[in-house]
Design a binder for this molecule. Structure first.
Ligand code: RRO
Length: 313
């Protein structure tokens, strides 16, 4: 198996997300790197800022009917439908191997009610010390009838963030790009206790199978990610950084190269996540990290803070 170019630990650029110091500014994006050390054969997980796992609810959840993924012209669309084993099974079966890899880990949680989020957060209390933060997924686009898109509402966003405090870890709010004023939603997340925002989840979309004259994905609609999402994420990061220059932002959306990462950092992100690119190349997070470091070195940057938000005049 071919490994990505080596990046020495001493050359890694650290970054700070509130109270969390990440050893590098490149993480995996939730839903694209499994829940354990699945990517460990492709590179050293301890070089990444963190491995962010696929979202979990308190109980196991079966997810949506197949097909769940489809390529689209500028990326892909998914309707996985939040499939997962539940928090307890993850803590017992998946986290130990991930901890052994030396990775820092970010758990992602979801729920159908505020109380569900609270329960999932509670179950993470006292988890292994490799768990450095909890990403609160307020923005899954594949919510079926009766489930809410929490990050389309200021009140829901604030309430869920408040309810998840019980985990005792820093909480990052993952927001939706399908909203009129993402800065207002970010403010509600901070009001509820978020120490950072993750911008953004996928855009709602759909593919129609013209032969069957029906939506192609088993879940109907889905979430669009990859290249199509990149400028959307850059804009969201730019707008939220402009509104709240002190708020740590993690940029995610179509990051496939070091230059994509640089763009999000110049817009105001303190770190980035690599997602869809992993499906084409599981070494993508290390490639992005290596290229980002090359760009920073060539630009004579000594500390990442020098360039975070540098696109703002
Ligand atoms: O599982 C999914 O269908 C899914 C989730 Br939880 C999410 O946050 N974003 C997405 O595009 N798909």
């Amino acid at each position: 198996m071919q490994k990505p170019p080596e990046t020495s630990a001493s050359s890694l650029f650290k970054t700070v997300i509130g109270s969390v110091c990440l050893r590098s500014p490149v993480m995996t994006a939730s839903g694209t790197a499994g829940r354990s050390n699945e990517l460990g054969g492709y590179g050293s997980l301890d070089q990444l800022g963190a491995v962010v796992i696929k979202s979990l609810s308190a109980e196991s959840w079966v997810g949506n009917k197949a097909p769940r993924l489809a390529p689209v012209r500028a990326g892909m669309i998914n309707s996985v439908g939040l499939q997962g084993p539940g928090v307890s099974a993850w803590l017992d079966d998946d986290l130990p191997a991930l901890a052994d890899s030396g990775a820092d880990v970010v758990a992602s949680i979801w729920g159908t009610t505020v109380g569900d989020y609270r329960t999932a957060a509670e179950m993470l209390q006292g988890a292994l010390p490799c768990l450095v933060a909890v990403e609160v997924n307020l923005s899954c686009p594949n919510t079926s009838h009766g489930r809410r898109m929490f990050s389309h509402s200021l009140k829901d966003t604030e309430e869920v963030m408040e309810a998840t405090e019980v985990c005792g870890l820093p909480r990052w709010a993952k927001l939706s790009p399908n909203t009129a004023d993402i800065s207002a939603i970010a403010a509600a997340a901070v009001q509820g206790g978020a120490s950072a925002v993750v911008l953004t989840n996928t855009l709602t979309g759909m593919v129609i199978d013209i032969d069957r004259r029906r939506p192609h994905l088993g879940g109907g609609g889905g979430g669009v990610s990859g290249a199509a999402l990149h400028p959307v994420a850059v804009r969201a990061v730019y707008d939220v950084h402009r509104a709240f220059p002190e708020l740590p932002i993690i940029g995610v959306g179509g990051v496939a190269s070091g230059e994509d990462a640089v763009e999000l950092i110049l817009a105001g992100a303190s770190a980035v996540q690599v997602g869809t690119a992993i499906f084409a190349d599981p070494r993508a997070p290390w490639k992005v990290l290596h290229e980002l470091q090359g760009w920073l070195n060539q630009a004579g940057v000594e500390k990442l803070e020098e360039v975070i938000g540098a696109a703002h005049s």
